[in-house]
Design a protein around this ligand. Structure first.
Ligand code: F0G
Length: 459
């Protein structure tokens, strides 16, 4: 099976045209956007790799499920269909819909986090960290050290170092740690998976100290694919069996359904504890909506249920993750420095190695993103110093160990010709890398500055 070529287990039924611009036109556009790719109109992007979130192509089954949407305010059929699908697949009895992943964090963290708390995890995603810091609590990264060496091969770079975790528990005390958050796959760390062995070890440690374990599950199915293909003992298990086992070790989960459930908007919280669920219901009603829709329409809940089933099929995951690998391998052949192994949803370019002359405080990954856009109309996203924000207390820059440009691949959207085009574009930037200059921030928000910051080019 290893050497068999792969092809997508679907064919294209409908297409969406995209515009091609000249390099000169794109230079003007990015200048107007003040060098922030979030401010570039999507229409002016040729290949959009800003995110794999909400950008996937729904299937004919999902689109037909949309027609079945029950839009009742309370107790809609679509809610129960979604809830039963989640309970069947993931094993949690209590489900609260939310409009997306960060909304699930907002609702659940409103129940669990108090000022001064410590939330250990594996390189928390930015909204997760944002929701922790917003509540004047602290996210402590306990990822294994191997994860920050971009060239070191480790099959599960999303793993938590259980010694680090135990030290954090001993240092701050169980009473200050309401839960541990395990992100599967770990996006900030490079779309890297967490092994079943590690999930078990973290769960055992949490149980020993009576600490709740929550999975940030946006890409749980991709994580399961890596367990199947990389971890001993799982080759013959189905993705659905692996997923069931993964979640059996968690007390609850937050989900951005815009990723592995392949829908354009939506999310949920799923829990084992009725007590936490009851408390979360109140916050759901305040922030999101009544507990059987929580910010989602009935039709979107139907599409979510259908998408969860498709997103946990091996053939689909194999084609998806193989496409990401295809891009990674072609870029590697071209000599581009990358984070390895390649992630499940994205290839991450190592901007420190690509632009060694630009210091992190001049945002080399942002520079790279801007240049790739100018060169080829390809839009990636900075996962580096800009994203890391300033320290909330000292207001100093806090450059992360890795400075990356993420090229996230939307699900079922692009062909491998698009991948080849991206490689061509990045090679052109690589050829003129020595002429590139850093950026300086003109405006930034206090928290989550990357979305709205503006920059100027240093001469
Ligand atoms: N957790 C992880 C691991 C994520 O990657 C994201 C979103 C969220 C939570 C928040 O979910 O966007 O539905 O509110 N990641 C997107 C990305 C935005 O581009 O990686 P959301």
């Amino acid at each position: 099976m290893e050497n068999m070529p792969y092809a997508e287990p679907w064919r294209i039924k409908m297409i969406e045209s995209v515009k091609t611009l000249t390099k000169e036109e794109r230079k003007k556009i990015i200048e107007k956007a003040e060098y922030n790719l979030f401010k570039v109109p999507a229409e002016d992007v040729f290949i959009d790799l800003l995110t794999d979130s909400g950008t996937g192509a729904m299937s004919d089954k999902q689109w037909s499920a949309i027609m079945l949407g029950d839009e009742s305010y309370a107790g809609s059929k679509s809610f129960f269909n979604m809830k039963n699908t989640i309970t069947d697949l993931l094993g949690f009895p209590y489900v609260l819909p939310t409009h997306q992943g960060r909304a699930a964090e907002n609702v659940l963290f409103s129940v669990l986090i108090k000022e001064g708390n410590i939330i250990p995890g594996n390189a928390h995603f930015d909204t997760t960290k944002g929701h922790i810091e917003f509540r004047k609590a602290t996210a402590v990264d306990c990822t294994i050290d191997e994860a920050s060496d971009t060239t070191l091969y480790h099959p599960f770079k999303g793993n938590i170092d259980t010694k680090k975790l135990e030290n954090v528990i001993n240092k701050y005390g169980v009473e200050n740690i309401p839960f541990v958050v395990l992100t599967v796959t770990c996006n900030t760390g490079g779309g890297q998976p967490v092994s079943m062995e590690n999930i078990k070890a973290v769960s055992t440690l949490c149980k020993k100290h009576n600490i709740t374990l929550i999975f940030d599950s946006a890409r749980f199915a991709e994580n399961a694919y890596f367990i199947k293909t990389r971890e001993e003992g799982y080759q013959d298990k189905s993705i659905k069996e692996i997923v069931k086992e993964m979640f059996s070790y968690a007390d609850g989960m937050t989900m951005s359904a815009k990723k592995d459930a392949i829908i354009n908007i939506g999310g949920f919280i799923a829990l084992r504890s009725n007590e936490i669920y009851q408390k979360a219901c109140t916050f759901s009603i305040i922030f999101e909506g009544f507990v059987t829709y929580g910010g989602m329409s009935g039709r979107d809940m139907e599409a979510l249920a259908a998408g969860l089933k498709e997103g946990t099929e091996y053939e689909y995951l194999h084609a998806r993750i193989s496409q990401v690998k295809y891009l990674g391998e072609k870029l590697k052949e071209a000599g581009i420095p990358l984070l390895e192994p390649f992630g499940g949803h994205a290839v991450y370019v190592d901007a420190k190695k690509f632009l060694p002359n630009i210091p992190q405080t001049q945002y080399p990954a942002q520079v790279l993103g801007v240049e790739l856009y100018i060169e080829a109309g390809v839009r990636g996203v900075e996962i580096g110093t800009v994203l890391a924000d300033r320290d909330p207390v000292t207001r100093q820059e806090r450059p992360p160990k890795m400075e990356l440009l993420r090229l996230a691949i939307p699900r079922r959207v692009y062909t491998n010709n698009h991948m080849d085009f991206i490689v061509w574009g990045l090679k052109k930037v690589w050829e003129r890398r020595n002429e590139l200059k850093g950026l300086k921030i003109k405006y930034e928000a206090e928290i989550m500055r990357h979305f709205t910051a503006t920059f100027e080019q240093l001469s």
